[in-house]
Design a protein around this ligand. Structure first.
Ligand SMILES: [Zn+2]
Length: 235
């Protein structure tokens, strides 16, 4: 006989395995799982085929493509809300989509992982919101503070968003450096004088493209341009 206890109240130290089917029947996690099974069966099958572990490295959840990680405090916070089951269902589908779309494997070659995560999140969050619209109900209410802006992400690919985010961040960085006091600029120019005739930072070439063509035109940059500015500071 399986005793139904609440894994969120366990006190042992992490990392530890979560049994997603061990929650009480009315617990927000169980309700969320039922909701995902009904409205997004592929996501449900995927998450139940993977091991789940507690981890406090992320505010709510994460995946490495093979395992799912959940933050106990984050899940408890979602579960305590009125929309708890829906919010947890959103989180479960979000992680499932990263796995189903093979984000880790497909984008292993992209260098700036934090920006890549951001770009992938824009895509999966927009997919979930579109699904809500198809269902004509907010079955999966978005969690506060996520990367969600359909007017920006549109129907772009993860790579396209990644390139645009990097170009925007580099443009911001250049703007910030231009507004530094003259004294600081002079000092950095002196320090860099010895490399000027050698290897110039390729980012400066791409940034000139940003100012003339605008960030929206970055879809025209090929993989070569992406690789070139990877040689500079991480965005
Ligand atoms: Zn994500």
């Amino acid at each position: 006989m399986i005793t139904k206890t609440n894994p969120m109240n366990a006190t042992t130290t992490s990392p530890q395995i979560i049994n997603p089917t061990s929650y009480p029947r009315t617990h927000p996690m169980t309700v969320a799982l039922r909701r995902v099974a009904y409205y997004w069966p592929d996501a449900h099958a995927k998450i139940l085929s993977m091991p789940w572990e507690w981890s406090d490295k992320h505010p709510y959840g994460a995946t490495d493509g093979d395992r799912l990680f959940f933050n106990r405090t984050g899940l408890n916070r979602l579960a305590a809300r009125d929309a708890g089951p829906g919010l947890i269902a959103f989180l479960l589908v979000h992680e499932a989509l990263h796995v189903l779309l093979r984000h880790r494997q497909r984008f292993a070659h992209l260098r700036w992982k934090r920006t890549l995560n951001e770009a992938a999140d824009y895509v999966v969050n927009a997919m979930i919101v579109r699904r809500n619209r198809e269902l004509k109900r907010e079955i999966f209410p978005p969690i506060d503070g996520i990367y969600l802006d359909e007017s920006f992400s549109g129907h772009k690919s993860v790579e396209q968003i990644y390139r645009e985010l990097i170009l925007a961040k580099l443009a911001e960085r250049q703007k910030a450096s231009q507004s530094k006091p003259v004294r600081l600029l002079l000092r950095s120019r002196r320090r860099n004088r010895h490399v000027r005739s050698g290897h110039a930072c390729p980012a400066s070439r791409n940034l000139s493209g940003v100012s003339s063509g605008g960030i929206a035109s970055s879809g025209g940059h090929g993989a070569g341009a992406l690789g070139a500015f990877g040689a500079c500071q991480p965005p």
